[in-house]
Design a protein around this ligand. Structure first.
Ligand SMILES: [Fe+2]
Ligand SMILES: [Fe+2]
Length: 498
C-alpha cells in the first residue's frame, strides 16, 4: 500500500484481522447458492471456517501472508465477467461458493438412469458412493496447497509468485466448493468429512492425503510447472467426468471449477515452455550443438533438456496412477448408477449405457504389453486415461516446436504407460520409457537415466534463487509473452513489503 503511513497501515491490518474474526458469513462468502437464507449450511460453514483459516496459516503458502498479491477472485459465474483482479492479502481472499447456472430440464446423460431428470438431492442408494467421490476430489485441493507451500521462497519472478498464489487460493476455493456439497447434502457425515479434509496432510506418515501423487514433494519450480501441467490436468479430467454427474449440484460445482482449473494448466504449460525456451536460447548463444551435453548446458545456469524429460517422466507417471486400475468395477458402478460419466459424455455418439460395448485396454499378457478388449463399463478408467494422454500431447507439441525452431534435434516425449507405475496393470513390473519390459536388476541400474536423480534435484535446487525485483526473471526461465490481466512487464504483481 504505497503512500500510506506505517500507522495507518497498522490500523488497516488490525481492521482486516477484526474482519476475519467477525465475518458476516452471509455477505463475506461470495455465493450464488442463496447462502443468506440457507441458515443451516451457513451455520455449518461458520463452524468450519476457523479451522480452514488455521489450516491456511499452518499449511498454506509459507511467508507472504501479509503481502498484497494481485489476484483474481471469482464473484459470479457469468462467462462474460466472472472474476475481479485486485490486490489482496491471501488470508483475506474471498473464497466463494459458486455453481454453474442450473440447466433447465437437465437429464442424466448416461448409465441406467439415462434420460431421467437429474437429481437435485442425493439418492439414498448412492449416498455413500457420491460422498466418497466428493471427498476424494476435495482431498486433492488442500493437498496441492500443502505440496507447494515452500515454493514462494524461490520464485523466479513476481509474475510467477503471483501465479503460484493464484493457484493456491483457487485450490482453497475448490476445497470450499466440495465442503459446501458435503455440508449441504450429507448431513452429519458430511460435516465430519469436511473436518477430516482439514486434518489430513500431504506426505504425513500417519494421516496422509488420499492419493499417491498428492503425497509427493514439489521441491522446485520445474516440479511445480510439471505438477500444474500433468496433475492439475488429471483434475481437469476428473472434474469433467463429475460435471456429467446425475447429481446436479455436483455437476454444476465442477463445471464452474473447470473455469479456474484452465488457468492452472496454463501456468504449467507456459511455465515449461518458458524453461525450454530459455534453455534453447542459452545453448544457442553459447554455440552448444548437442543438447545432451549436460555438463556444458548446466554450466550456463539453465536446465538441460534431458533433465526436463526426466521430470516429465516422473510427473506424467505419477499422474497416470491417479486414474486407478485400468479395469475397475468401481468405475463401472459409478457410471451405471449415474454419478460419474465420461469425458465429454454428452458429445459421444453411442447409447451412453455401454452394456454391450468393449474398449481396448493395455494389459500384461504372458510378459508382453498387449491391447485386450474388455467390457467398456469396467474399462472406464482406461478410457479416461487415454483421453488424458491425448490432452497431454498438445503441450508436448508446443514445447517441441520451441526446440525445433531453435534448431535442435531433440524431442520431449510422454513415456510409455507401463513406465514407473504403482497402480494398475503394470505396478509389479518394470519398463523403460519406451515400453520395453526389464528385470529388477536392470531397473535398479538404469532408473537414474529416466527419473530425476539426487544430483539432478541438487542441480535444479541450485538454480532456485528468488528474484523479487519488479520485471526481473531468474536466468533459467524466459519472461512470459503477456502479463496477467494484460499488465505490462514491469507490473508489481506482489507487493512484498506493505
Ligand atoms: Fe482444484
Ligand atoms: Fe488446479
Amino acid at each position: 500500500m504505497p503512500g500510506t503511513s506505517p500507522g495507518l497501515t497498522e490500523t488497516l491490518s488490525k481492521e482486516h484481522a477484526m474482519n476475519i474474526m467477525n465475518v458476516d458469513y452471509s455477505t463475506k462468502i461470495p455465493n450464488n447458492v442463496n447462502l443468506s437464507e440457507d441458515r443451516q449450511v451457513l451455520k455449518a460453514l461458520e463452524g468450519w471456517h476457523p479451522g480452514y483459516m488455521n489450516w491456511w496459516s499452518d499449511m498454506g503458502p509459507e511467508g507472504f501472508q501479509q503481502s498484497l498479491v494481485y489476484l483474481r477472485t471469482a464473484y459470479s459465474v457469468d462467462p462474460r465477467g466472472w472474476a475481479k483482479f485486485d490486490y489482496v492479502r491471501m488470508p483475506e481472499y474471498r473464497w466463494g461458493i459458486l455453481l454453474a447456472p442450473q440447466e433447465e430440464n437437465r437429464v442424466i446423460p448416461f448409465g441406467q438412469h439415462f434420460g431421467e431428470p437429474a437429481w437435485q438431492e442425493v439418492p439414498g442408494e448412492y449416498r455413500a458412493a457420491l460422498r466418497r467421490l466428493i471427498v476424494i476430489q476435495g482431498d486433492t485441493e488442500p493437498a496441492s496447497v500443502e505440496q507447494q507451500r515452500h515454493l514462494g521462497k524461490t520464485a523466479p519472478s513476481l509474475y510467477d509468485l503471483r501465479n503460484l498464489f493464484q493457484v493456491n487460493v483457487e485450490e482453497g476455493r475448490h476445497l470450499w466448493a466440495m465442503v459446501y456439497l458435503l455440508q449441504k447434502y450429507f448431513g452429519r457425515d458430511g460435516r465430519e468429512e469436511a473436518d477430516d479434509l482439514l486434518r489430513r496432510r500431504s506426505g504425513d506418515a500417519d494421516s496422509p492425503r488420499m492419493l499417491g501423487a498428492f503425497n509427493e514433494a514439489t521441491p522446485d519450480w520445474l516440479s511445480f510447472f510439471m505438477f500444474t501441467y500433468f496433475t492439475d490436468r488429471d483434475g481437469k479430467m476428473q472434474l469433467h467426468s463429475l460435471a456429467q454427474s446425475g447429481f446436479d449440484p455436483l455437476s454444476r460445482t465442477c463445471r464452474f471449477m473447470l473455469t479456474e482449473e484452465a488457468h492452472h494448466m496454463f501456468v504449467g504449460e507456459t511455465g515449461i515452455t518458458r524453461v525450454v525456451q530459455r534453455t534453447c536460447e542459452a545453448m544457442k548463444a553459447a554455440g552448444i550443438s548437442d543438447p545432451a551435453d549436460i555438463a556444458k548446458v548446466r554450466a550456463l545456469g539453465v536446465i538441460d533438456l534431458p533433465t526436463i524429460q526426466k521430470k516429465l517422466n516422473l510427473h506424467y507417471s505419477l499422474s497416470l496412477d491417479l486414474f486407478g486400475s485400468e479395469v475397475s468395477t468401481n468405475a463401472a458402478n459409478a457410471f451405471n448408477s449415474g454419478i460419474k460419466g465420461r469425458y465429454h459424455e454428452t458429445q459421444i455418439k453411442d447409447d451412453h449405457r455401454l452394456e454391450k460395448d468393449t474398449y481396448p485396454v493395455l494389459k500384461l499378457v504372458a510378459g508382453e504389453i498387449k491391447r485386450v478388449d474388455e467390457p467398456a463399463l469396467t474399462a472406464l478408467n482406461m478410457r479416461l486415461r487415454d483421453d488424458y494422454t491425448q490432452d497431454c500431447v498438445k503441450g508436448m507439441l508446443r514445447w517441441n516446436k520451441v526446440i525445433s525452431t531453435a534448431g535442435y534435434d531433440f524431442k520431449l516425449t510422454l513415456p510409455n504407460v507401463a513406465f514407473h507405475r504403482q497402480i494398475g496393470e503394470f505396478r509389479d513390473i518394470h519398463a523403460t520409457p519406451d515400453g520395453v519390459l526389464i528385470d529388477d536388476a536392470t531397473w535398479k541400474a538404469r532408473h537414474g537415466e529416466w527419473l530425476p536423480s539426487v544430483d539432478d534435484g541438487d542441480f535444479i535446487a541450485s538454480l532456485m534463487t528468488p528474484v523479487t525485483e519488479v520485471g526481473q526473471f531468474a536466468g533459467w526461465i524466459s519472461p512470459p509473452k503477456v502479463g496477467i490481466d494484460n499488465k505490462p512487464g514491469d507490473f508489481e504483481y506482489v507487493k512484498i513489503e506493505t
